[in-house]
Design a protein. Structure first.
Lengths: 90, 409
């Protein structure tokens, strides 16, 4: 149902060409090669080991799997993970 | 790099987090805007880095999330200072050193002049000294734009001057006017051109004035070649008036000259014995600190001075030079030229002679110089045929007198 009919504010934001990460707080992932991923607009860390990082975002969870994952740095809105990425799962 | 420097200057702590609910700890840190970086998961525990300032806030969070925090390492400037706090002498020295460097950076310690060909560095440096700019001048007193303008005013042939101050270096770049004709003053007074030597005219281009001779004529010294007075004639061909002007012409005379040179077959030559002595020195401002000579000096010697000015980096020249004096002993040996050597030397001398003439605008058109080597001396002699601009400018009135004199004869 939700897919078929978007809420009014979403239609408005789309019409006004406001980026969705601003209007909806959608998560933004920037992946550089296989070694680096930059995540913006996440809510919290649910799990972190060097094989798996599970993050809570506004529209659900993002699971990043890989080897030797480590968090280069994180703040309350953004995070950079380095390591060998294997999968990104929503 | 900058990040690392910043981390180092602010000071950070490497910590180990052991907790059953580490996510809670991590999220709480993020919520309280505590930055954790280089977070690693190894053997069921987490290692990360955190700023000293944030470390104090972390205790409460650790308590709340039931985590145990252990400090692995303390790094950064604040810890380093705390460790070396008692070394007051060192800090004092550091501050004094920085202060000295700062004070030294307020002066000019090197002047570089580029692009000058006609004016030597010394002439320009002397002028700068007059303007009270020299090594060791206070940088604030130098106005680069004004100095550039002054230099242009003082040296007419500079058509472009740039003055830059880079660190302790004063860099002056100039562009000289190499176009000579622009500098030539145009003669306006009525005047004539007169031959300064006997000879034959081989080329003559008259630009203004009345030519009195033509190509192929033989002239004597003092003859008027171009008269600075034009005749204005009426239809009947009679001279009705004169117009005076400054004569101007390119005239090349073929003149004869002789060349003679003699030099002795004996000569003295410096032969270095290979013995050298070195002396080191440090120059600070105008004072020298020299090491003493070791032992006695030689009877005949020359001294080579090698020096380099110290600089900190790039253009930060210090008023300190280090250098060495090297004394080389030599002996004077009497030698005699062989015939071939003498001939070669005579030829070389003649080449130098003709090059010097060429610089003066005199071309050697023909020569029959012969070299004769004797027992005691070598002579080179012969006659020369020269092509030269042997003319001079003489006021009109003088030449008129000469002309009238010859006509009346």
């Amino acid at each position: 149902m939700r897919r078929e009919k978007k809420p009014f504010y979403q239609i408005m934001a789309a019409q006004m060409q406001i980026p969705r990460d601003l209007s909806e707080g959608a998560v933004l992932l920037s992946v550089t090669g296989r070694e680096e991923i930059f995540i913006e607009n996440y809510k919290s860390i649910l799990e972190y080991t060097n094989q798996r990082v599970l993050l809570q975002t506004k529209s659900g969870r993002v699971e990043i799997k890989g080897r030797n994952l480590h968090i280069a740095y994180y703040t309350c809105t953004e995070m950079r993970i380095e390591g060998v990425l294997e999968s990104i799962h929503y | 790099m900058i990040d690392q420097l910043m981390c180092y200057s602010r000071g950070y702590v490497e910590i180990v987090i052991r907790s059953s609910s580490y996510e809670r700890f991590l999220n709480l840190c993020a919520y309280h805007q505590i930055l954790i970086w280089d977070l690693n998961h190894t053997d069921g525990q987490y290692e990360g880095k955190i700023f000293v300032k944030d470390f104090r806030k972390i205790r409460e969070i650790a308590k709340k999330s039931g985590s145990k925090i252990t400090v692995l390492n303390k790094r950064g400037l604040p810890f380093w200072i705390r460790k070396h706090k008692k070394r007051t002498g060192f800090f004092f020295g550091l501050i004094v050193c920085l202060g000295i460097i700062f004070v030294l950076s307020l002066f000019i310690w090197d002047i570089q002049i580029e692009g000058n060909l006609a004016q030597t560095d010394e002439v320009i440096l002397d002028y700068l000294k007059q303007e009270q700019i020299s090594f060791g001048s206070w940088k604030n007193t130098i106005d680069a734009q004004e100095l550039a303008a002054d230099l242009r005013r003082e040296f007419e042939q500079f058509i472009w001057v740039s003055v830059q101050m880079k660190g302790t270096l004063l860099k002056i770049q100039v562009q000289e006017n190499t176009d000579v004709t622009l500098n030539e003053e145009i003669e306006k007074e009525p005047s004539s051109l007169v031959a300064t030597k006997d000879g034959k005219i081989v080329k003559m281009i008259t630009r203004s004035g009345k030519p009195m001779v033509s190509v192929g004529d033989t002239v004597k010294k003092g003859d008027v070649l171009v008269l600075g007075r034009l005749e204005i004639k009426n239809d009947a061909g009679e001279v009705i008036s004169y117009q005076e002007c400054a004569a101007d012409a390119d005239i090349i005379l073929e003149t004869a000259d002789t060349y003679e040179e003699e030099f002795s077959m004996q000569y003295q030559e410096k032969v270095y014995t290979g013995k050298t002595k070195k002396k080191y020195y440090i120059q600070i401002g105008d004072t020298f600190l020299r090491t003493p000579w070791m032992g006695e000096l030689y009877d005949t010697y020359d001294v080579v001075d090698q020096r380099s000015q110290l600089k900190l980096w790039g253009n930060f020249y210090l008023p300190v030079s280090v250098g060495t004096y090297t004394v080389r002993e030599y002996e004077i040996v009497e030698k005699t030229y062989t015939k071939e050597e003498a001939k070669k030397k005579a030829e070389e001398n003649f080449i130098v002679f003709s090059e010097k003439n060429q610089e003066k605008g005199v071309q050697i058109f023909k020569n029959d110089v012969k070299i004769v080597t004797g027992i005691s001396a070598c002579t080179a002699s012969g006659s020369l045929v020269l092509h030269e601009q042997a003319i001079k400018r003489v006021p009109l009135q003088e030449t008129l007198d000469i002309e009238e004199g010859t006509q009346s004869e």
